[in-house]
Design a protein around this ligand. Structure first.
Ligand code: IMP
Length: 194
């Protein structure tokens, strides 16, 4: 069995990645792998944080580890929340508070372009490989939809008139930042003898 340990406690990301990965690859959550930890994301970029998370788990001796660091970048806010997306509204932040802060910061601004960026870090036998995916869009005037997670209720991807949270998981997974990064990883894995 081709097992990859996912260096995250985020079940939403795990679900999305599982839906998109080919059946021959089994993605195992950290808890399922017996690791109880909240990995401190001390990096200053998505890439640094993705590496920190994957390295942390690979130290437990697993041969294949994957991590995902994602940020919402809004040019009108100087690229914020960016690498600080998870804690944008403070230490006690949750999705609702983060969304509220983005909408407050953007109020009255005409420019509402945004992009989601995902960096996947895949470590196999100590070797680090990075894969990046992006999706462009705009920030909605108010939250819409109940699917997905995080900032999905306020992100309208380019070419659509609904938010990620108003899409089915299949629709989001066809076009998302995570899918773009994962496509590159899957292409890379194809060339490996697992
Ligand atoms: P991290 O990658 O776990 O640090 O997550 C950064 C922040 O972005 C968290 O608040 C997540 O909820 C949010 N986030 C990550 N991926 C997505 C996504 O696909 N849609 C919406 N929000 C996301």
């Amino acid at each position: 069995m081709n097992e990859i340990i996912f260096a995250s406690n985020n079940d939403h990301k795990l679900q999305e990645l599982r839906q998109m990965l080919p059946g021959r690859i089994r993605l195992i959550g950290m808890k399922e792998a017996g690791i109880q930890a909240d990995i401190a994301e001390t990096g200053t970029t998505l890439t640094e944080n993705a590496i920190i998370k994957a390295r942390f788990v690979s130290r437990y001796g697993f041969s294949m580890v994957l991590s995902d660091d994602t940020g919402l970048e809004i040019p009108a806010l100087g690229g914020a929340p960016g690498v600080h997306s998870a804690r944008y509204a403070g230490i006690e932040a949750n999705a609702e508070k983060n969304i509220e802060k983005v909408l407050t910061e953007l109020s009255g601004k005409a420019q509402r372009e945004a992009r989601f960026v995902t960096v996947l870090c895949f470590i196999k036998d100590q070797e680090i490989n990075l894969f990046k995916g992006e999706v462009q869009g705009v920030i909605a005037s108010r939250p819409e939809g109940t699917n997905g997670f995080g900032y999905d209720p306020i992100f309208i991807p380019q070419g659509f008139n609904k938010t990620f949270a108003q899409m089915t998981s299949e629709e989001k997974n066809r076009i998302s930042h995570r899918k773009e990064a994962l496509k590159k990883l899957i292409n890379y894995i194809k060339h490996l003898t697992l």
